[in-house]
Design a binder for this molecule. Structure first.
Ligand SMILES: [Fe+2]
Length: 478
């Protein structure tokens, strides 16, 4: 019944959208001030007990979703690095050993940061885990994804540029009501670099703020400009230093040479994480890695090809206009060639979704300067509206370019619900609307399985509710 209602809403809203064409929302938001939550606020509460683990977060730990990396911080002493875990509550019959590290940044000294790989997990299974010692130990749980399968359904959340204001908290709370199972995070996490000497205390508070979600489900990390933290004036010249110490990624599983770019497969999705602020021009390690990774994508196993980056390649906002242009010049032809489904970015503190367009015919001597409709191209989504202290980017370029389908400067998050190999429900949720009403929504038709011949072949052998449901709505898909 719930699914039918959602579908009805989607269909109604779709026709409204058709009538409007490309849309710049006139919605006037109510909002909290764009100031960070005070340090003594309960959103940043430190857990009770001597040396209790805090800032607990998990991410995928391998290529295919049978491992997690569990991370936490202890402050008084290193303590042990063990994770106890099992499939029954309070029965921890398995054990994994991690490592511990710390770092300094100017006059800030981090706590003891633990990372522990827990591998050889069963798919589709709830695991309970326990970290810390004696009375200060803490317990959490997570659910592993379904086995890699073209029709595995799965719901991702997409959050970007989150920061630690009351708007950030609102975004997080709305996301936590969405039913999302894993977050695709598109960069700019804590905004600690906005403070004097890039005060690492604001990294600690941010990690406590997001713990209620990320201790229980993986967030797939990508880095933004606020993670660079290059401060030669403070003697800090090692880029991404706090971010990399705090956030492990399974980069070696995809044969990447850097934690800043990597890929994971989860359920029916192949997710590629790129670094907007690492070299990516021809012959650089990121360029070579991406070239090889795209060849490895098997749409028969993982139909949904999703790319994350921080700086958007298509953005019609005055803020950060054209900053993604160099990566567009380097990679767009591959994204079209490999029929990427969706590219999620952040950076611009507003929401925008494009139509399927490309500009791959442009070169420095041709006159083909304009993006054109291209069925093989990705949809570009900017979700840099998590709610950080810099506020919203409310100056859109006027008129709205033809490639821009919907844009609005409000805080929110997106969800992408992969239904099967052919269809996915996507929606953007403005915080002010609560959890039930999507502000922007699209039914995505898979770029590989959505082709006519493959769909016909599929229908013969694989008749499911969604195909019959959507048979009469072929035109509403992107
Ligand atoms: Fe940014």
């Amino acid at each position: 019944m719930g699914q039918q209602r959602l579908l009805l809403i989607l269909i109604l809203c779709y026709f409204v959208q058709i009538a409007l064409g490309g849309e710049t929302s006139s919605f006037m938001r109510s909002q909290w001030p764009s100031t960070d939550i005070p340090l003594d606020n309960e959103a940043f509460v430190v857990p009770d007990g001597h040396n209790a683990p805090q800032q607990v977060h998990i991410t995928q730990g391998d290529y295919d979703g049978k491992a997690v990396i569990i991370s936490w911080v202890t402050t008084a002493e290193p303590g042990n690095n063990e994770v106890l875990y099992g499939t029954e509550k309070n029965i921890y019959n398995l054990k994994a050993q991690g490592d511990v590290r710390n770092y300094t940044f100017f006059n800030y000294k981090s706590g003891y940061i633990h990372h522990c790989l827990v591998s050889d997990l069963e798919y589709n299974t709830k695991y309970y885990y326990k970290i810390g010692q004696s009375d200060s130990a803490r317990e959490f749980w997570f659910q592993t994804p379904p086995e890699i399968d073209p029709d595995a359904s799965y719901k991702f959340g997409i959050i970007g540029d989150l920061g630690q204001t009351y708007n950030s908290l609102s975004t997080l709370q709305h996301y936590m009501q969405s039913g999302g199972q894993t977050v695709l995070f598109v960069g700019d996490l804590s905004y600690a670099d906005k403070y004097a000497h890039n005060d690492g205390i604001r990294w600690d508070t941010w990690s406590r703020l997001v713990e209620p979600s990320v201790a229980y489900q993986p967030w797939i990390w990508s880095a933004g400009n606020h993670e660079i933290e290059y401060r030669p004036d403070l003697g800090e010249v090692s880029t991404f230093k706090p971010y990399l110490h705090r956030h492990a990624t399974p980069y070696m599983a995809s044969k990447s040479s850097s934690p800043l770019w990597y890929a994971v497969r989860r359920a029916s999705a192949h997710i590629i994480v790129l670094s907007s602020y690492s070299p990516f021009v021809k012959y650089t390690p990121q360029w070579i890695w991406l070239k090889n990774e795209l060849k490895k994508v098997d749409r028969e196993k993982t139909p949904w090809l999703i790319v994350l980056m921080h700086a958007p390649m298509y953005n019609s906002n005055d803020a950060h206009y054209m900053e993604g242009e160099s990566m567009r010049a380097a990679f767009e032809h591959w994204f079209v060639k490999y029929k990427v489904d969706i590219i999620f970015a952040g950076h611009v503190h507003a929401y925008e979704r494009s139509y399927r367009i490309s500009n791959i015919n442009y070169n420095i001597t041709s006159g083909n300067r304009y993006p054109v409709p291209d069925k093989s191209a990705p949809v570009y989504v900017t979700v840099g509206d998590g709610g950080n202290q810099e506020g919203l980017a409310s100056r859109f370029l006027d008129p709205q370019p033809e490639y821009s389908a919907f844009r609005e400067a409000s805080y929110g998050h997106s969800t992408l619900e992969l239904k099967n190999r052919t269809h996915a429900f996507y929606q953007w949720n403005r915080n002010d609307d609560g959890k039930h009403v999507p502000t922007d929504f699209v039914v995505f038709q898979n770029q590989y399985w959505g082709s006519n011949t493959r769909r016909r072949r599929l229908k013969k052998n694989h008749h499911s509710w969604s195909q019959s449901l959507f048979a009469s709505f072929e035109d509403m898909l992107v």
